[in-house]
Write a protein that binds this ligand. Structure first.
Ligand SMILES: [Zn+2]
Length: 326
């Protein structure tokens, strides 16, 4: 016999499945999600919900790295194994490469990372420099933010900017001012983790405004619906920023479903949950929208450097609805 709590969870699961029916047939693109810390079940449910492509920004691992080799291996996995893993669920995987703001504060390591970045930012599937910017808004963070803006400018790549969670309004203004100071075109810069307090300034200054839907916290998707109602869909994009913390890899399709319920047009939903992010990051020359229209032939028996996603003797998963695990 299950507890009330379990019954609640079960009925919530059914409701989400019903709500996602509202967006059946729509395609989604999540421009900020950290798949290395997600499971194959996540990939499967994302594909089932209509996510056809995603961008995985380089970030920190939840604890500080101790050497340059772990950066190298991490970047290699973003352009290698993770890209392959996504393809095994029919999802196109892109990434942005950069030194995250937290680890910019370890200057000895940051210097070594700066030397490594040029070996990765020109690789196939790298659609920008990111996620970079401010965390605590220290001098070291500013130094490496500026250096990486120069790198992006030189490479002609878009920049994905992480804005700080503390002192957000000031940190966001500062991030944009510095980008302009370095001569970056605001149309090449995606300012992420916006709120009601920052969105107006970001749009007024001509930057792209990305919004992360965080479950149980500040930026829930009901607030996102209000923002699109108030500001319209131009230059706005929605992402999940799902990682190793409490987060939701279905945040984009769920928000789209809520927008359908709230009477927002399908054209507007397509812009904020699919098209705008593609337009912004396609400026890298590494993201071909035509490719997203083509279905990937999924063959889970395929291998990447000799390794497949199947463990000994497994058959590729077909019936996701069955309660029998065979
Ligand atoms: Zn992130």
């Amino acid at each position: 016999m299950c507890s009330y709590h379990e019954q609640d969870r079960a009925s919530m699961g059914q409701r989400i499945a019903l709500d996602l029916e509202l967006v059946k047939g729509l395609r989604f693109f999540d421009p900020h999600i950290h798949m290395v810390s997600r499971t194959t079940d996540d990939y499967q449910s994302m594909a089932d919900a209509g996510i056809v492509g995603l961008i995985e920004p380089a970030f920190w691992l939840g604890q500080p790295r101790t050497g340059i080799d772990t950066f190298r291996d991490y970047y290699s996995s973003l352009v290698g194994w993770e890209r392959f893993r996504a393809s095994q669920f029919g999802i196109r995987h892109f990434c942005t490469i950069g030194l995250n703001s937290r680890e910019a504060n370890n200057e000895a390591l940051a210097e070594a990372v700066m030397e490594l970045l040029p070996f990765y930012i020109y690789k196939e599937g790298v659609v920008g420099v990111g996620e970079i910017g401010f965390d605590d808004q220290t001098a070291a963070e500013e130094k490496y933010y500026r250096l990486q803006l120069e790198l992006a400018k030189e490479a002609g790549l878009p920049v994905q900017v992480h804005t700080p969670h503390r002192d957000k309004t000031r940190g966001t203004s500062r991030s944009m001012d510095i980008a302009l100071e370095h001569g970056l075109d605001p149309g090449m810069v995606i300012i992420d983790h916006n709120t009601e307090e920052t969105v107006k300034e970001v749009l007024d200054k001509g930057f792209w405004a990305a919004f992360t839907i965080y479950p149980f916290t500040k930026m829930g998707n009901e607030r996102m619906v209000q923002i699109v109602k108030e500001y319209g869909p131009e230059r706005i994009m929605v992402n999940s920023a799902a990682d190793w913390g409490i987060s939701d890899p279905l945040a984009v399709p769920k928000t789209a479903a809520l927008m359908v319920k709230s009477g927002i047009s399908k054209v507007a939903i397509e812009l904020v949950c699919y098209k705008n992010a593609i337009t912004a990051f396609a400026q890298s020359g590494q993201l071909d929208e035509g490719l997203l229209n083509e279905k990937i032939d999924v063959d889970q028996g395929q291998k990447f450097e000799g390794n497949s996603i199947l463990r000994g003797g497994q058959q590729p998963r077909r019936d996701t609805g069955s309660i029998i695990i065979s």
